[in-house]
Design a protein around this ligand. Structure first.
Ligand SMILES: Cc1cc2nc3c(=O)[nH]c(=O)nc-3n(C[C@H](O)[C@H](O)[C@H](O)COP(=O)(O)OP(=O)(O)OC[C@H]3O[C@@H](n4cnc5c(N)ncnc54)[C@H](O)[C@@H]3O)c2cc1C
Length: 432
């Protein structure tokens, strides 16, 4: 049986494995986590709107009925592209090797500090479930401390600075402000929560660079109307600690912002696995691929999603690191594997742009859909927000997750409450 190894059970890896459902192949699907993570809703976990397991789904559960898939929990540390093997590290076991006939690398991206001093030590990224839970805990713990130490407000120890004005930064800032003004203001009645500041810092002259200027402007106005401070055209120079558990974000224009919590949403680079493969890398450490998404010189190796510099055949610009290129790339790689098994040549990849969306908080979102004959169609405000809700429900995996998210959203919407703001003790319970 032809053996396909897929590294990564994110959007790209899942799409590839599912597309091989009826193919005469055996699939080994390897992921460093035992769950598939729906990253677009991570910011809602960070801002207490959803629980971690609402946005994650056990990979073994997804493939329970797909008999040609074996799921492995482990980290692929290296691959020998000539010997056609990958080395898998598993907790509590010696590294092992798995042989393949076709390999699909869908290992995604990691957050990058771009070398800005202090970011790794003092900022919280928003890339995986642990980050989101850590961010939520950092914010809630500060409010609990401020309940007994009101001086924290004057010291600006509750302020949040979000570095990066892309969709993640905008969504996080909007939702954080809403958490403060609509929820925590009622929980902490003795605190002047209205004085807590949320700031977004973006080096480019506008927010949401991948959207058109009208959507960027709308996002800025909406955030500002809701109380978020937006700083455009200025970068982050350094993040430092003040010795009392607070931070200072120093900006390239010489000013600085005090912050209790610093969120790093400024960018990603390809998974370190890309480098370990010893193949040609492009900007951001992304694997250079040919028109059919295979790695030059290795037609049996495909790279898809955030880890790859994939592009529509004949175009220069690599596709953005968002979900659709990963999903479509994963399906394309699977199709090429099947075509080759049938003795056919491979087809070039052609990306179908379904558009982009970002929420700016309750009732407001921006969405852009390119249409061949009509140009870019824009949706914003309440209609954009409804479209955003609907699409995220459709793409979320698992009936239970969809039901939970819908119930949570309805609850949040009707009551202005956030269900997920418990602070687990983090240790075992006392035994008497
Ligand atoms: C906070 C946030 C919000 C986002 N919002 C949106 C949005 O609104 N819309 C949108 O389209 N996109 C959004 N994105 C981007 C989108 O999530 C990614 O583009 C998409 O997940 C890429 O899919 P992928 O399959 O390439 O990688 P991923 O989905 O990241 O999956 C990679 C998988 O590989 C695994 N892995 C990595 N290295 C190894 C290894 N060495 N061995 C084994 N397993 C490994 C990881 O555990 C992971 O499961 C967002 C991303 C983030 C972080």
């Amino acid at each position: 049986m032809h053996r396909v190894v897929i590294v990564g059970a994110g959007f790209g890896g899942l799409a590839a494995a599912r597309a091989l459902r009826d193919a005469p192949v055996h699939v080994d699907l390897i992921d460093a986590n035992n769950y598939h993570l729906f990253q677009p809703l991570l910011y809602q976990v960070a801002t207490a709107g959803l629980d971690g397991d609402d946005v994650a789904y056990a990979v073994r559960g997804i493939f329970r009925r797909q008999r040609n898939v074996t799921v492995h929990l482990g980290r692929v540390a290296a691959a020998d592209l000539d010997a056609r093997t990958v080395t898998v590290e598993r907790a509590g076991a010696a590294p092992s090797t798995l042989a393949y006939d076709s390999l699909v690398v869908a290992a995604g991206a990691v957050s990058t500090t771009y070398g800005v001093p202090g970011v790794a030590e003092h900022a919280i990224a928003l890339k995986d479930l642990d980050d989101a839970v850590a961010l939520r805990r950092a914010v809630l713990e500060r409010f609990e401390r401020a309940a007994v130490d009101h001086g924290m407000l004057a010291r600006r120890s509750l302020d949040v600075v979000v570095c990066g004005g892309g969709p993640t930064g905008v969504e996080t800032a909007g939702a954080m402000m809403e958490l403060f003004t609509k929820v925590l203001a009622k929980d902490f009645r003795d605190l002047d929560v209205a004085s807590v500041q949320v700031t977004v810092v973006e080096a480019a002259p506008r927010l949401l660079g991948m959207f058109g200027p009208a959507s960027s402007e709308r996002a800025r106005r909406t955030l500002e109307r809701r109380g978020v401070v937006v700083r455009l055209g200025v970068g982050v120079d350094r993040v430092s600690a003040d010795g009392h558990g607070d931070h200072r974000v120093e900006l390239t224009d010489g000013t600085s912002l005090p912050a209790g919590v610093v969120v790093w949403a400024a960018g990603v680079r390809a998974s370190p696995l890309a480098q370990a493969l010893g193949v040609e890398l492009g900007r951001g450490g992304r694997i250079v691929v040919g028109d059919d998404l295979s790695v030059p010189g290795h037609p049996e190796v495909f790279a898809v999603g955030d880890v790859a510099a994939s592009r529509t055949a004949g175009e220069d610009a690599p596709l953005p690191q968002v979900a659709q290129p990963a999903i479509q790339g994963g399906r394309h790689a699977a199709r090429q594997i099947v075509r080759r098994l049938k003795g056919r040549g491979s087809e070039p990849f052609s990306y179908h742009d379904k558009g982009s969306m970002a929420t700016i908080g309750r009732h407001d979102a921006v969405a852009e859909f390119p249409r061949r004959w009509l140009g870019v169609q824009r949706l914003s405000g309440f209609v954009g927000w409804l479209a955003w809700l609907g699409l995220h429900i459709v793409y979320l995996i698992g009936f239970r997750n969809r039901a939970n998210v819908l119930v949570n959203w309805a609850w949040n919407y009707l009551t202005f409450d956030r269900a997920s703001r418990i602070l687990p003790s983090g240790g075992p319970s006392d035994v008497d």
